[in-house]
Structures are given as C-alpha cells and as structure tokens.
Design a binder for this molecule. Structure first.
Ligand SMILES: [Zn+2]
Length: 175
C-alpha cells in the first residue's frame, strides 16, 4: 500500500493526508502545489482585468456571441465605460480580487439581445442592472415591479395587522 506511493511531490511537499487530495479516479494531488497554481493564476488574471476592463469585456463578449449565436462586430474602442451605471447610478468598478462580478462591476449589455454585439447595440451598465434586465421587455419589467410592490404591501399589512408575516396561509419568521 503506502510503500508503493511517493512520500513527496516533485516540488518537495510532503504527501501527508492533510496535504493530499485524492480524486475519484485515484489520482493524488498535492494541495500546496494546486493552491499555489490557483493563486498564481488569480493574481495574473486580476492584474490583466484591472488593467483593462474593456479588453476583458471584449473577450467575454466574443465568446458569448459564439456561444449564443449572435453577431459580433465590435473592436475594443467601441466599448465605452461610463463613470456610473446609467440605469442604477452605481459607480462602476472592477471587482478586483473577488471571485465573480459585484453589483457595480461594469457589464456589456446587448441592448436588443438578438442583434448581438454591434457598435450601436452595446451599452456598458452595472452587472446588477444587466442581470435584472437580461432579455426582459419594458412591459415585463413593469409587471415584475408591480408584482413585487403588491407582495411587499401585503407583507407589510400582514405584519401591521397580525404582528407577524402570513403569506398565502404560511407563517414566516419575521427577521
Ligand atoms: Zn507539492
């Protein structure tokens, strides 16, 4: 058993139980090495992204266009990043050092999604605004907003009336 396995990884880290990840296929991986690789990769990526959010958005948009099958005909210079999100007013900042975008990360929107990434059809807005919009129409967004307001009003009335939250006959914990 253990005698047939090497005691250290090629970089000299000891193969202790704690430092060894065992894959389903039996492959063993040195945790110190793999976390070192992940850190180096992240540092390099963050540097690249922080230097140019427009290049990052261009690369991501090109891949997305190919994936969803919409036109892609923009150069990096077509991407204009405003100071603030024109939808929600958030100051646009790249989420450096975090995994994934933040609400106020700049995000490239296809205004009319099916027309793809062509100069007149792109806008840089906050990730949050883009996530809310997705491919919704104005009518749909108004309906969603009206529904949320109505449900919130019902919840507030329930709290005012019963001192607790009862929605559709279900008692919820009031935080
Ligand atoms: Zn190692």
């Amino acid at each position: 058993m253990a005698q047939t396995k090497k005691s250290h990884c090629p970089k000299g880290h000891e193969h202790t139980v704690k430092n060894t990840a065992v894959w389903a296929n039996g492959r063993r991986e040195c945790r110190a090495c793999s976390s070192g690789r992940a850190k180096a990769y992240k540092a390099c990526r963050d540097l690249r992204y922080s230097q140019s959010p427009r290049i990052r958005m261009w690369i991501a948009a090109k891949a997305r266009a190919a994936r969803v099958g919409v036109p892609f005909d923009i150069v990096v210079e077509d991407i204009v990043v405003p100071e603030c999100c024109p939808v929600l007013g958030l100051k646009l900042e790249r989420n450096v050092g975090q995994s994934g975008p933040a609400d106020n990360s700049p995000s490239l929107d296809r205004f009319l999604p099916q027309f793809g990434y062509v100069p007149d059809n792109i806008r840089v807005i906050s990730h949050r605004a883009n996530r809310i919009k997705t491919d919704a129409t104005p009518v749909e967004l108004r309906r969603v907003a009206a529904w949320i307001e109505a449900e919130m009003l019902a919840a507030l009335l329930s709290i005012a009336r019963y001192g607790t939250l009862v929605i559709h006959g279900t008692l919820l914990q009031v935080p």
